[in-house]
Design a protein around this ligand. Sequence first.
Ligand code: ZN
Length: 179
Amino acid sequence: MILPVFTYNHPVLRQKTERVSEITEDIVSLVESMFATMYNANGIGLAANQVGKGLALTVIDVSEMDDSPSSASPIVMINPVIESFSDEEEEFEEGCLSLPELRDIVVRPSAVQVRFLDTQLKEHHMETTGLLARVMQHEIDHLNGIYFFERLTPIRRTLAQSKLKRIAKGLVETEYEIV
Ligand code: ZN
């Protein structure tokens, strides 16, 4: 089921999400709906709180943009934690389904080691680079109540304010349903 995407400045996007301790029918159908919602909106990652559910769960699929074998998509991450960041950083232009019309350059570590559970609650450790590492950091930030614009340089963040106000007022157009 395609769900409406929650946008700035809804409280559920500001809160740290709760850990998932068991895989219920509701969780299984939420994961399915999150993939459907993400693909419908042409996204490459979606966190559960972006569809209004305060759970530490995210879906990612970067295969359309990165077909390298290491991209390992599609992927479901439950209770993900970044265990280490590379010292090396890189710039990349990010967008967000919860922040329509806002795109900007974010500097992040270029590689991360992550720990997460899959839908069988099996633990995985993964070292990633490139687009997948970028999207994982963006989505895990969501699960901790952080938007990408909070990672912008001070001047870029200031310049983003007028767009953020437009989003908060609902003055943006999207090809997917937003609330
Ligand atoms: Zn986002």
